[in-house]
Design a binder for this molecule. Sequence first.
Ligand SMILES: [Zn+2]
Ligand SMILES: [Zn+2]
Length: 310
Amino acid sequence: MLRTILIAAAALGIAIFGGFWWLFLADSKAPAAAPGLFAIEDWRSRLPEDASALPTEIRVLEIGRDKAPGFAARAGGFGTDWNTTYNAVQIVWPDRTLIVDGAIDAATAAGMKQSEADWAFDAAAYETLLAAMLKAEQVVITHEHLDHVMAVARHPDPAALAPRLVLNAPQIGALPIFAIGALDPAIAGLAPRLDGTVQSIAPGVVIIPAAGHTPGSQLVFIRTQDGRETLLIGDVAWSLDAVETLTTRPVLTQYMIFDPNEDRTSVKAQLRALHDLMEANPDLTVIPAHDGDLIRGLIQDDLLTEGFKE
Ligand SMILES: [Zn+2]
Ligand SMILES: [Zn+2]
C-alpha cells in the first residue's frame, strides 16, 4: 500500500514538474544561428545619400503603462518585473511626420490591466495620438495586435485617416476585429501599401517584414540626421533582455494570450538574428515596443524625445 502511494506521489510530482517545465521554460531558446535573416546592409542601401533628407528626431508618446511578472516576457525571468508601456512613435522631419503604431484606447487598456498599483491610462495622450495621426504623412503599425491598432481601428475620423495608412495585407485583415461595430468602409476597403518585402517608405525609414509574432509583424529601421540608427521591433520581444538572453516568452503565453498562436520557431530565429545584429552593431538602438524601463532610459539619454510634436 505504502509503495503504491509513494509511486503515485512520485508520478504526480513528475507530472507537475513536467507541466511547470513545459509551460514556463520549454521551447524558449533561440537557435545557434539565423544567417541572413536580418540584413542591415540591405536596409542601409535603401537610405538616401543626402543626410539632410533624413528625419531629425524620434519621439515616443506613452498612452498607458502597467506592470507584469518578468517571466511573462522572458521564460525563466522569475523574480523580475516587466514594466510595460503602451505607446506610439513619431518620426519627425522638418516638413512632415510619420507615426508608428496605434496603441490602446481606454476600454482596451482597462481590459488588459495586470497591476492595480501600476496601471495607468493617459486619455489626453490618446487624444494627442488621434490628432497627430491626421497630421502625419503616413501611419504604419508594427503588427496587428489589439494594443497596437486601436487609434487606427477606432479612429473617430476614418475617412481622413485612411489615405495616410500604410499597412500590409494581414494587418488590414485584422482591423475589423477591433472596430466598435462595423469597420468604416474607408478603412475596410484599404488596399495594402506594403507588399511583404523590405521597403523604404520615406527617406531614412525602412520596413522589414518579420512574420512570426503575427503574420503582419514588421520591423521599422530608422536613421536620423545625426547618424544614429534605431530599430523598432514591435513585439518580436516584449523586453530587450529577451533578445540579450536569447529567450522568448514562455509557452504559457500561447494558451493565455495569443489567438492564433505565435509562430515560435520564427520568433526564436528572429531573436537570434537581433542578438547578433546588436553584437555586430553596438551603436544600433533596438527598441521592443513594451519595454518601459528601456524606453524611459532612452528618453533620459536623449536617444528618444518624450511626447509628440504638435
Ligand atoms: Zn503583439
Ligand atoms: Zn503588444
